[in-house]
Write a protein that binds this ligand. Structure first.
Ligand code: 13P
Length: 317
């Protein structure tokens, strides 16, 4: 069981749709999300869905709010509440996630609309000398203020610090940066009095950069990922739900499975909150054609089933 990240902004989902020659309109975006949410049997593998502002206000083709469609299936609706990344002043090449202004009121509105958890994504790039201490601090602080506000408003925060996969760095460098970022995030969560028992962490897995010559074997990724979590994530956190970050669907499943199959203490539930790795095969199958909906739903169901098996360390390709 895991979480489907279907919270692409209108501009991001538009890129994914137009890349497959599908026109991006409010109605095609609704049709695509409805296809995913109404996949027969999907509630067995997907316990929560992260929506974004447009989708949380949309109704199905039959007139049922999409939020209700999810809740009726026993799937918990969540909502992306950050306002996206902007260049961070004083830190060339780096960004800070904005959206704290008016957040308390927006959280209350989203709760009213049916959301029970929220998500905020911070982004860190690996380059020579980056991420800077300034960038790590600014983003960790914002994540903690967001998480505290969520808990005040009765929403479970998903705290997402993403160290990006692009770059030509080795796995060891990703491990070092991910560790420093997680440490800073938990320091700020502690300072902001966030209840660790009432949050989820959404981190990247530890991999080599996509431009690095040698991609690490699956076992190395799994070991480095578990090591960094063990060092920097308190056991009070109930769940760690990985992002996929541009890994293809099968590799993301394989990595998650390998992490869960490792020996040794794993005090948190280690699951998934994938976006692309859960959706790519379905989107490819759909291509905007109504007659392809069953094929797209089968592809989505299959991947969600594989990822749920990987949570148990029981996935076989
Ligand atoms: P990916 O799994 O495609 O990285 O998306 C997860 C997500 O929610 C990014 O914010």
């Amino acid at each position: 069981m895991g979480i489907l990240a279907a919270d692409e902004t209108v501009s991001t989902i538009t890129k994914r749709l137009t890349a497959r020659a599908i026109a991006s309109t409010a109605d095609s975006r609704r049709a695509y999300r409805e296809l995913l949410f109404t996949t027969p049997g999907i509630a067995e593998f997907i316990g929560g869905v992260i929506l974004q502002d447009e989708t949380i206000h949309q109704d199905s083709v039959a007139g049922t709010p999409l939020v209700e469609l999810l809740a009726d299936r026993g799937i918990i609706p969540g909502i992306k509440v950050d306002a996206g990344v902007r260049p961070l002043a004083g830190a060339p090449g780096e960004s800070v996630t904005e959206g704290l202004d008016g957040l308390r009121e927006r959280l209350a509105e989203y709760r009213e609309l049916g959301a029970r958890f929220a998500k905020w994504r911070a982004v860190f790039v690996i380059r020579a000398g980056l991420p800077s201490a300034t960038c790590i601090h600014a983003n960790a602080h914002a994540l903690a203020r967001y998480a505290a506000l969520c808990q005040e408003q009765g929403l479970v925060p998903i705290v997402e610090p993403e160290v990006l996969m692009d770059g030509a760095h080795a796995l060891e460098r990703c491990e070092d940066v991910t560790g420093r970022v997680l440490q800073a995030v938990f320091n700020e969560l502690f300072a902001a009095r966030v209840s660790l028992e009432g949050m989820l962490l959404k981190p990247n897995m530890v991999t080599a950069g996509q431009g690095f010559a040698r991609q690490a074997p699956v076992r190395e990724v799994a070991e480095a990922t578990l090591r960094v979590l063990t060092r920097h994530v308190p056991p009070a956190v109930p769940g760690v739900v990985f992002l996929s970050g541009g890994q293809d669907a099968v590799l993301a499943t394989t990595h998650l499975n390998a992490i869960n199959a490792l020996e040794g203490p794993k005090p948190w539930k280690l699951s998934f909150s994938f976006g692309r790795a859960l959706q790519d095969e379905a989107l490819e199958a759909w291509r905007g054609r109504s007659e392809q909906v069953p094929a797209a739903q089968r592809a989505f169901h299959h991947r969600a089933w594989c990822d749920s098996a990987a949570v148990l360390g029981a996935y076989t390709a």
